[in-house]
Design a protein around this ligand. Sequence first.
Ligand code: ZN
Length: 254
Amino acid sequence: MSGVKPKVLVISAHAADFCSRAGGTIANYVRAGSPVRVVDMTYGERGESNRLWLSRRNLTIEEVKAVRKEEAERAAEILGAEIRFMDFDDNPLTMNRERYEMLTSEIRDFRPTILLTHWLKDPLNPDHEVTAKAALWACVKAADPDDGKPITPNPEIFMFEPSVPTNDLSEFRPDTYIDVTETFDVKLKALREFKTQPGLPEVYTQWGMFRARQAVLRHDVHGTPGKRDVRYAEAFKRYTPWTGKYFPLSLEGC
Ligand SMILES: [Zn+2]
């Protein structure tokens, strides 16, 4: 990347979602000099902390939150991203006027060029759906001058994987693959910090290889050189439409 570096904001429902879905992409942007900020809506204290709850009796919700917060902070540090926590409580994650305004303030404060968040449909984890819709609402609100606050231009929005592997239920059909081969080791190191969810590294290694295979398939079929060395990829669905004088091209050097 040359010129002004894009600013990347990642809005994540639970403690680990930003890392499992977009950790390699985050590390790519950090390496290229982009500021990256993660906003965790919740710590995943109820819905994604089973192992912790089973580890000890009489554990309090505050103790679980503290553990998940530390895990997320360590992972974000490894990726090179800043992280903030909304502490909105999960499972179910609910939004109200105050919380919408808080999320809008995050967007106004950071002024992202690129926003990454969840896919809109995830029947197995409705918190992900709530987060996606809230992020979209906050982007619209941040670009609205009606309350006299500075207007924040809408970022390019890309949505990451729903609960893996439930694409049949969630109708997630990615159209954007980010090559994370060079940063996958960083992603794995960060994922290992989530001791409460020890299965993440294995699941997302398999999924990263699967997405890489999808990413290169079209190029293999057409014999395009330079794309077959993608060993790990992260998949996204573009939400904001591409606008330009020409079509976006994924060939090397374009
Ligand atoms: Zn989650």
